[in-house]
Design a protein around this ligand. Structure first.
Ligand SMILES: [Zn+2]
Length: 253
C-alpha cells in the first residue's frame, strides 16, 4: 500500500518516507514515530523557522522544564537551579521555582508571543500525529485546519490551559521518562465534535479542531469544566508561555 503524508497529503512516490518522524520529540523522551509523515514535512518541523528555532524546539525547550521538574525527587528541591532551557531560567523565590525569560530574550517584546505561536503549532503537530498513530484518524478534511496551522502557518489557533486545583500526583513522575499523549485520561478530558482535550506531562490543553461559534465555545467550556471540577479550577487561553505552569509551581503548594 502506498504511504500518504498526514500533513501535505502527498503520496509515494511523489514524496519519500525514509526518515523516522517522532511524534513526541526524542529529546523529550518520545519513543513513537508516525510512518505517515513524509521526509519533507518531517524536516520542516525540525528546521528553524523565521525565528531562530524550530517548531520542535519550541515544544521541547518548554516541556523539558516540566519533564525535569517531574524527574526531580521532591527531597532534592535544591536542584531547581539545574533546569535548563534555551528560553527560560528558573528562579527560586520563597523556595518556589518561578519561570523567567532568559536575559537574551527579555528585551525582545515579541519573543513571548512568537514562542507561544510556535509552541501551539508544535502542540497541534503532536496531537495530529499521535491521534493518527493511536487511532488511524487524521486524514479526514475536518483536520485541515490543524494541517494548515501547524504545517503551513495559516490562520491562528486558540489553545486553552486548564489550571489544577491541587498539585499533580506521583503517577506523573514515572511518565516523565517516556511521556505519553492522552486523549481520554481519567475521564476528565472532555471532547466533542469541535473541541478536543489532551494531557501531556500532567498539563491539560483544550483546543478547537474545526470552525465554531461563540455559543459552541461557551457550551463546550461549560461542560468541560463541569467534568473536571474536582481537579481543575479554570481554563485560560494562552498567549504567553508563562500562562502555562511549565515549572509546576502547583506541586509545591
Ligand atoms: Zn508531507
Amino acid at each position: 500500500m502506498k504511504l500518504k503524508c498526514l500533513w501535505c497529503l502527498n503520496e509515494q512516490p511523489q514524496v519519500t518516507f525514509n526518515k523516522k518522524a517522532h511524534t513526541i520529540p526524542k529529546s523529550l523522551g518520545g519513543q513513537n514515530y508516525n510512518k505517515n509523515v513524509c521526509d519533507d514535512c518531517n524536516s520542516f518541523f525540525g528546521n528553524k523557522q523565521e525565528v531562530n528555532y524550530s517548531i520542535e524546539e519550541a515544544l521541547k525547550e518548554t516541556f523539558n522544564i516540566t519533564r525535569r521538574r517531574l524527574l526531580m525527587d521532591t527531597k532534592q528541591k535544591r536542584q531547581v537551579g539545574k533546569f535548563k532551557s534555551r528560553f527560560f531560567d528558573i528562579k527560586e523565590r520563597n523556595g518556589k521555582p518561578r519561570l523567567v525569560i532568559k536575559p537574551s530574550f527579555r528585551l525582545n517584546s515579541t519573543f513571548q508571543r512568537e514562542l507561544c505561536y510556535y509552541f501551539k503549532r508544535g502542540l497541534y503537530k503532536m496531537y495530529l500525529e499521535e491521534l493518527n498513530r493511536q487511532t488511524g484518524k487524521g486524514f479526514e478534511p475536518k483536520y485541515d485546519n490543524i494541517r494548515n496551522f501547524a504545517r503551513y502557518g495559516k490562520g491562528t489557533a486558540t489553545v486553552l490551559y486548564f489550571n489544577r486545583v491541587i498539585g499533580i500526583m506521583l503517577m506523573f513522575r514515572s511518565e516523565a521518562e517516556t511521556p505519553i499523549l492522552y486523549f481520554d485520561r481519567m475521564k476528565y478530558l472532555y471532547s466533542n465534535e469541535q473541541f478536543v482535550e489532551i494531557e501531556f506531562l500532567g498539563h491539560v490543553f483544550g483546543f478547537p479542531i474545526t470552525v465554531y461559534t461563540q455559543s459552541d465555545f461557551n457550551s463546550y467550556i461549560k461542560k468541560s469544566l463541569e467534568e473536571k471540577k474536582r481537579f481543575f479550577k479554570n481554563a485560560k487561553e494562552i498567549d504567553k508561555l508563562t500562562d502555562v505552569d511549565l515549572s509546576l509551581r502547583i506541586m509545591n503548594s
